[in-house]
Design a protein around this ligand. Sequence first.
Ligand SMILES: *Cc1c(COP(=O)(O)O)cnc(C)c1O
Length: 367
Amino acid sequence: MNNTNIYQLAVTGVQKLIPYKAGKPIEELERELGLTQIIKLASNENPLGPGKQAIAAIQKALPELALYPDGSGFHLKQALATKYALDASQITLGNGSNELLELVARAFLIPELEVVFSQHAFAVYPLVTQAVGATAVVVPAKEYGHDLAGMAQAVTAKTRLVFIANPNNPTGTLLAQAELEQFIGALPDTVICVLDEAYFEFVSQSAAINSIDWLKKFPNLIITRTFSKAYGLAGLRVGYSLSCPEIADILNRVRQPFNNNSLALAAAEAALADEEHLHNTISNNRLGMQQLTDGFKALGLPWIPSAGNFVSVDVKREGMPVYEALLRKGVIVRPVANYEMPGFLRISIGTPAENTLFLQALSEVLD
Ligand SMILES: *Cc1c(COP(=O)(O)O)cnc(C)c1O
């Protein structure tokens, strides 16, 4: 065994895989710098926290913790089916929508096949593609957004999957309804399209896309959404996909039997019914986006207009040292050099007080 490099025993895709780098946890920065007043605007979490109804549902579910959760997620699926006027057989629950991205890759990819996605798109797409040994075909972005014409051209006989993030993270760019509908409709029947709508709830009504209606005519469409962002439950890990029943059946075959824990199921169902908390979250986001972009304007910094709960700002120099200087002031944001955007930082919208602290720290750091 002494002569064996253990890494060489791992499958090829995994050997070369660079793990996902998450936003720095508050506690870690506290330990490292001994700071006490820390704000985290790094992972697009809900600055208002979870809603009261979700917390009450968790408390109510606590005495049942010795029992396995409902592996079918019956009640949550029923609530989602009602909300979206779909059949429960079209819904797949995941341990965060990240798990669904992985389940899709495991269910549909083999090493000979290709996956098309955009430059600057969500970092999990290359990870799940590489882990199963398939080939990522990365299409250059157009003004930081997805170039759908370029993506359509990149589809070959080997393509099995296309990932689209709308709005995209970390750029916040949003595609228009007609363009996207036309793109999906023109895909060959043998290509599955994953439309990742993790930030759907933040898109203004006027710009929102009725992607759920498309499920009727596009059997190769999978929409993914999450309770991690607008619903404030990132710590519980609940996401879901909407698709034709056949795709849901396929995903169900590869998922673990109890992939959502019982507290998460209870909280997500309660959160879905809590329209007031969602409304407050969206209002806070709209005001905070204005506050941050006004601040950027005052500092003379360009930003990418964002439809999400975050915004990427061009700091007009290397982003990493700015990120590190902000850390020393107790402000955690997200460097995006790993997204080929080394001059940008991604800032999640916070509360008005957090946004003020961040802008103050940023102006000091750039001084
Ligand atoms: C945050 C995010 C997700 C999913 O997060 P989960 O917590 O796993 O639901 C998916 N896609 C994008 C683009 C995201 O930014």
